[in-house]
Design a protein around this ligand. Structure first.
Ligand SMILES: [Zn+2]
Length: 124
C-alpha cells in the first residue's frame, strides 16, 4: 500500500465554522490534503473581549485571533479590519469556504463598505 492509497482511504477531517454561537457550516478536508500548519482558530473581540466565532479543526491547537466582533469597530489595523470577518488577511482560499460562510463574509464586507462609503465611521 502506498501512502497515497492509505491516506485516500482515511476518513476526511471535518472542520466546523461557528459564528455567534451558531454552527454555520462544516467542511470535509480529505486527509490527503491536510496541511500541517492548520490550526483551530478562536476569534476574540478587541473591544468587548467576547469569543464570537471559532473554526474548529480536530486535533489541532487553538490559535487566538483578535478581531472585532460584528457589533464593534475599534478600527485597529485600519483598512484590513472588517468587523465580524473571519477571513485571514494573509489570504484565505475563498473557493474552499462553505457557501454559508461566504454569505456571512459577503454581508459583513458589504456592510462595512457601505459604512465607509457613507463616511460615518461610528454608524453601526
Ligand atoms: Zn465586540
Amino acid at each position: 500500500m502506498t501512502p497515497e492509497t492509505f491516506l485516500s482511504s482515511a476518513p476526511p477531517i471535518r472542520l466546523e465554522y461557528w459564528i455567534e454561537g451558531r454552527r454555520l457550516a462544516t467542511r470535509d478536508v480529505p486527509a490527503l490534503h491536510e496541511r500541517f500548519e492548520e490550526t483551530s482558530e478562536v476569534f476574540s473581540c478587541n473591544e468587548c473581549q467576547s469569543v464570537w466565532a471559532w473554526i474548529y479543526y480536530p486535533n489541532r491547537h487553538w490559535y487566538y485571533v483578535y478581531q472585532d466582533c460584528p457589533r464593534h469597530n475599534t478600527r485597529r489595523y485600519a483598512e484590513a479590519n472588517i468587523p465580524g470577518s473571519i477571513l485571514s488577511p494573509a489570504g484565505w482560499e475563498l473557493d474552499s469556504l462553505p457557501l454559508s460562510v461566504l454569505k456571512w463574509e459577503f454581508e459583513v464586507h458589504f456592510n462595512e463598505t457601505v459604512r465607509r462609503y457613507n463616511g460615518n465611521p461610528d454608524s453601526r
